[in-house]
Design a protein around this ligand. Structure first.
Ligand code: SF4
Length: 727
């Protein structure tokens, strides 16, 4: 048995559950991962990713030296370079000077609107705070966003509109306090495995009744009292029909509505058409089951709703989330322990990156950028002349690349994200990437997006840096380095401090600010200093120090140094005052099935992989699940002559991919499922780039496709793809 030199306690780099990890280290290598039993998040449990998905840290393809492309890239002709022979090694000084020179050149020439940055939901709070500060304080732009736009933007906008706060109202472990709970649009067992365990415990040990609303027969259905297998994109009619039943049968909590909400009368006036029969016609869910679900939820003493991207990743994602929020308002199932509204956040730190202001409309703490008082606070904190920060709302992730053209976005800085896997309609994304004049990738591998870059800045993964992540419960937890960085790689925050100083020194006086140059602080000696600067303005984090979160973290809001944290929100009121009902209508998905493309494609994650696969496909997890599979119902497979394991071509109006079939009743008739982790069969070559008009989130969850039997020779070789680069 190997005896570790030391064991480092840190936080999992994968999903938003935020499990505590113990990294067992010998000779600067992690050889085992366990978890402390006293962790309030996961009580010693880990899923396969947390337990076995760490060896990407030592993968031979990890880049640990700054790189510059040998052939200068031109806007309009930019190409991908996965092979190291197409790059040359550089010193940190040379690489950072080059990046600073080019960014400042473009900024001075074309102004703030030419600059854009993708922050990173996998990086720490401190990394994200610094990167948005760099772009706001130095380049005076709010073109700052990250992948929250692609997962829960619909939920965030809806919650902001209805209650004035977009985080989960309760902790996930409070699920056991409910006698009824709804899980919808979330394959929790694969996406948030430890929360799924807690849900099963609520059912099996505490007698709770679970209602699953999902087009797929996900694992949780086996534990559910009721399963409503709705057609993708019909959330609004199903949940509003539940509201109809609650009102019709007078299961309404009138005191809660009178005391805590507004807009009920207007909402009632629009309910008339949302009968369960109308919802059945659109969704395929039997009206009787909709009535049963409504009664179960409304009559419960304590009830909660948990949802995932099946709600938000639609061109009406905001409306879908509002339809859920209405159920909580009608019944008063919010504001107590257990009860509430819980959008399960995907990435390990998507909550934290959003809290840090890595978004185009908000400074840290969800302070609108177009609000004078907010801007003034950050100008003071960052030592910027009054009026210096931009009040103009920035572009979202989904808009930034669409503006990559002459007169639009000319430079893009990507920290840890991979739009060439995560954006919808990738053939168009590729054209946009080619139009950039200058692209920086700060990452650990050259992924599909980094392969387009001019400069690659090697950062460290979670196991080689300090900082904090904020999980889906709003629990702020420590991230700790287990060993020194490999090669010349550096923690993101250190790279950003050095780069910001270089940019600042090059800017000099210029027209855009019409004032003095910002002299914001960039010489932090440790990440905690960065967090404390942010917390000096963001009151939710005011009482958070590394010492206070050393053992188990703290759940924000933590408004002062003595505050114990706030697991349950909205006990007395909502941040916007009264909760607001909104008038909703049914809007179908943008692309319905037809004769030419008769299937609905829905996309999502697998237990063994994570997002674009930058980490998991370079880890032992790839041996467990090495290739993409399309799930198709046995009835559909028979009609199309497809057997389990056969190669299948999936085609949409935008692209096509070939992968093997899994014939399974996990999916319903007429619906096929493709995971989005596999570059050689990238699901987003098929998806539709229709956006929710308010949240700007793409419709990843529903588009029309056709399937055809294919030949073995049509399959991409995953090993070759991983070796050489992708599609
Ligand atoms: Fe990591 Fe999420 Fe698995 Fe926990 S449930 S080990 S946080 S991936």
């Amino acid at each position: 048995m190997i005896k570790p030199d030391h064991i480092t306690t840190t936080t999992c780099p994968y999903c938003g559950v935020g499990c505590a990890l113990q990294l067992h280290v010998k000779d600067d290598f992690i050889f085992k991962v366990t978890s402390p039993f006293d962790s309030p998040v996961n009580h010693g449990n880990l899923c396969v990713k947390g337990r076995f998905g760490y060896d990407f840290v030592y993968h031979p393809k990890r880049v640990t030296t700054p790189l510059i492309r040998k052939v200068k890239q031109e806007a309009g002709g930019r190409t991908q370079a996965f092979d190291l022979s197409e790059w040359r090694e550089a010193t940190w000084d040379e690489a950072l000077d080059y990046v600073a020179d080019r960014l400042v050149e473009i900024y001075k020439r074309d102004g703030s609107d030419a600059m854009a940055v993708y922050c990173c939901a996998k990086a720490t709070n401190e990394d994200n705070y610094l990167l948005q500060k760099m772009y706001r304080a130095l380049f005076r732009t709010n073109n700052v966003d990250h992948c929250t736009r692609l997962c829960h933007a619909g939920s965030v906008v809806a919650l902001q509109q209805a209650v004035g706060s977009s985080a989960m109202s309760n902790t996930a472990s409070q699920v056991i306090m409910n006698d009824v709970f709804i899980v919808t649009g979330s394959n929790t067992s694969e996406n948030h495995p430890i929360i799924s365990l807690q849900m099963k415990e609520a059912v099996e040990k505490h007698g709770a009744k679970m209602i699953v609303v999902d087009p797929r027969r996900i694992d949780l259905v086996d534990f559910a009292e009721l399963w409503l297998p709705l057609k993708p994109g019909t959330n609004v009619p199903v949940f509003t029909a539940m509201a109809y039943v609650i009102v019709e049968e007078n299961l309404v909590n009138h005191d809660f509505i009178d005391d805590r909400t507004e807009g009920y009368t207007e909402f009632l006036a629009t309910l008339e058409k949302f009968t369960p029969e109308y919802a059945e016609e659109l969704s395929g869910v039997p009206a009787g089951d909709i009535r049963k679900a409504a009664r179960l939820y409304a009559k419960a003493k304590n009830a909660a709703i948990y949802w995932g991207m099946g709600i938000s990743q639609l061109s009406h994602g905001t409306a879908s989330a509002l339809a859920l929020i209405h159920l909580a308002f009608l019944t008063g199932h919010i504001g107590r322990d257990g009860t509430g509204l819980n959008p399960l956040r995907g990435q390990n730190n998507v909550q934290g990156a959003s809290d840090m202001g890595a978004m185009p409309f908000h400074y840290p703490g969800y302070m609108r950028v177009d609000n004078e008082a907010n801007a003034a606070k950050w100008e003071k904190t960052w030592n910027i002349e009054p009026g210096g920060l931009s009040r103009k709302l920035g572009l979202t992730t989904t808009e930034i690349l669409g503006h990559a053209h002459e007169g639009g976005i000319r430079s893009l800085y990507i920290m840890g994200e991979n739009p060439m896997m995560s954006e919808p309609n990738l053939n168009v994304t590729r054209q946009h990437m080619e139009q950039l004049e200058f692209l920086v990738s700060q990452d650990i591998f050259i992924n599909e997006s980094g392969a387009y870059a001019d400069v690659f800045l090697p950062a460290t993964p979670f196991a080689e840096k300090d900082g904090t992540f904020s999980n889906t419960d709003r629990r702020v937890q420590r991230v700790r380095a287990a060993h020194p960085p490999r090669g010349q790689s550096r923690p993101d925050w250190q790279i950003l401090c050095d780069l910001a100083k270089r940019i600042e020194s090059r800017l000099g006086p210029f027209d855009h600010t019409q004032g003095r140059l910002a002299t914001a602080k960039w010489d932090y000696s440790n990440p905690e200093e960065i967090l404390r600067e942010m917390a000096s303005v963001n009151e939710d984090y005011a009482g958070i120090t590394y010492e206070r979160i050393d053992k188990v973290g703290l759940i924000y809001p933590v408004p002062d140094m003595n505050h114990p944290g706030t697991p349950t929100l909205f006990t007395e009121s909502f941040p916007r005052g009264r909760g607001k009902f909104h008038v909703l209508d049914y809007v179908p998905v943008r692309e319905e099935p037809d004769d030419e493309y008769p299937f609905i494609l829905t996309t999502g994650r697998l237990l063994e992989h994570w997002h674009g696969g930058t980490m998991t496909r370079n880890s032992a997890l790839n041996e467990i699940y090495p290739e993409a599979r399309v799930e198709i119902h046995p009835a559909d497979a028979e009609i199309h002559g497809i057997r389990n394991g056969d190669p299948v071509k999936v085609q949409s109006r935008r692209g096509e991919v070939v992968m093997r079939a899994t014939v399974t009743e996990k999916t319903t008739v007429g619906v096929i499922f493709v995971p989005w982790h596999f570059a050689e069969a990238a699901a987003n070559l098929l998806t539709n780039d229709a956006l929710d008009p308010q949240a700007k989130i793409p419709e990843f969850k529903a588009c029309a496709v056709q399937v055809f039997p294919a030949r073995e020779s049509d399959l991409a070789n995953p090993e070759a793809v991983l070796e050489r680069g992708r599609y």
